[in-house]
Each structure stands twice: as structure tokens, then as C-alpha cells.
Design a protein around this ligand. Structure first.
Ligand code: ITT
Length: 184
């Protein structure tokens, strides 16, 4: 089976991709920290990251990059594409403190997966809607404890349930369909 390199420092993402791409591609982790261009658009960040990583990897196998973020409606989409930086600086608890006083606490996780094989670059997006809540649960990672969907935070769900609903899962499912169509 052809292989696909997932450019990420996050092995949790790789396990998730292995599930969605089972039977379509062998997924390997390529631990490379691509440049995150300053952009308000996840697709631009992911596509440029994929192209840079493809070159850095010597161009011998297709790569995917995913870029994700938490978009809080009452904060005009903040932290959005800056989610990683905001998690490292403010931290998740303080993002909740900002959201706590809002009337509009609905939020979405969004994800774009970018694929490139050097000739074709394609992006696939996925989103899941939820509400900002005080932190609950020990599972997941990042903003999961403050994001509630259907009465449970993502940190309270087991991995299987979160993956079935998540923004990344939806984007990976589109990628898997697209690859299967191309192979047919
Ligand atoms: P790579 O860039 O190396 O892939 P990363 O963990 O930094 O790993 P992102 O840039 O895509 O991944 O993530 C942006 C931010 O959004 C970061 O703070 C993550 O913790 C958070 N995030 C992404 N997906 C998430 C999810 O499913 N649940 C909770 N937080 C998530």
C-alpha cells in the first residue's frame, strides 16, 4: 500500500489518521516543525506547511499537514489560527476566563488537512460545533476540557467517541474518500 507522511509533532494526530486511512494509505509520522505562516486562514497555513515539508522530506512520498483551532463566536473567532500560540502563552484556563463573561459562548473547532504529492495540493476541512464551559474531564488534549458538545466536554469522551465527532475526523474522512477515488 502506498505510504503517506503525516507532518506533525503530535503522535495523537497520527493515530487518528491511521484509523481513517486504514486500507487506503500506510501513515507514517514525519516529525518536522514546518513554518506556520501568519494568516487568518487555516487552509493557507496548512497548504504552505505541506509544500515546505514535502521539499524538506526530499519529495519521495506524499505528505499531509493539519492545522486546527478553536473559534469562539463571542470573541469574533479568537483564538482561531492563533490557538497554538494562545494555548502556550495564556493557557486554556485563561481562555475560559475570557469566555466566561460572554453572552455568546458558542464555539467551533475547525481543522484543515492539506495533502501534497509535489504536483497536486488539496485541502479538506472539518468542523464541530460546541459551547465553551468551565474545564471538565481528563482526556484529550489542548482545549478539550473547555469545549462541550452534546452535554459532554471532549475531555470527558473516550478517544473513539471524540474521533467520530471531531473536526479532524471529518477532514480526514474527506481525504480518505478523495484518495480512494483517485486510486480507483
Ligand atoms: P502540530 O502543529 O505539530 O501538528 P499542534 O498540537 O500544535 O501540533 P495544531 O497547530 O493543529 O496542532 O493545533 C492548534 C491548537 O489547537 C493547539 O493549541 C492544539 O492544542 C489545539 N487543538 C487542535 N486540535 C484540537 C483538539 O482536537 N482538541 C483540543 N485542542 C485542539
Amino acid at each position: 500500500m502506498p505510504s503517506l507522511r503525516f507532518v506533525t509533532t503530535n503522535s495523537g494526530k497520527v493515530r487518528e489518521a491511521e484509523e481513517y486511512l486504514a486500507g487506503v494509505r500506510d501513515v507514517e509520522q514525519f516529525d518536522y516543525d514546518y513554518t506556520e505562516v501568519q494568516s487568518s486562514d487555516l487552509a493557507t497555513i496548512a497548504a504552505q506547511g505541506a509544500e515546505e515539508a514535502y521539499e524538506a522530506n526530499g519529495g519521495d512520498a506524499p505528505v499531509i499537514v493539519d492545522d486546527a483551532g478553536l473559534f469562539v463566536r463571542g470573541l469574533d473567532g479568537f483564538p482561531g489560527p492563533y490557538s497554538s500560540y494562545v494555548e502556550d502563552t495564556l493557557g486554556v484556563e485563561r481562555v475560559w476566563t475570557l469566555a466566561e463573561d460572554l453572552d455568546e459562548r458558542r464555539a467551533a473547532f475547525r481543522c484543515v488537512v492539506a495533502y501534497t504529492d509535489g504536483e497536486t495540493t488539496e485541502t479538506f476541512d472539518g468542523a464541530v460545533q460546541g459551547t465553551m464551559v468551565a474545564p471538565r474531564g481528563d482526556g484529550g488534549f489542548g482545549y478539550d476540557p473547555i469545549f462541550e458538545h452534546d452535554g459532554e466536554t471532549f475531555a470527558e469522551m473516550d478517544t473513539e467517541r471524540k474521533n467520530a465527532l471531531s473536526h479532524r475526523g471529518r477532514a480526514l474522512a474527506k481525504l480518505a474518500d478523495w484518495l480512494a477515488d483517485r486510486d480507483a
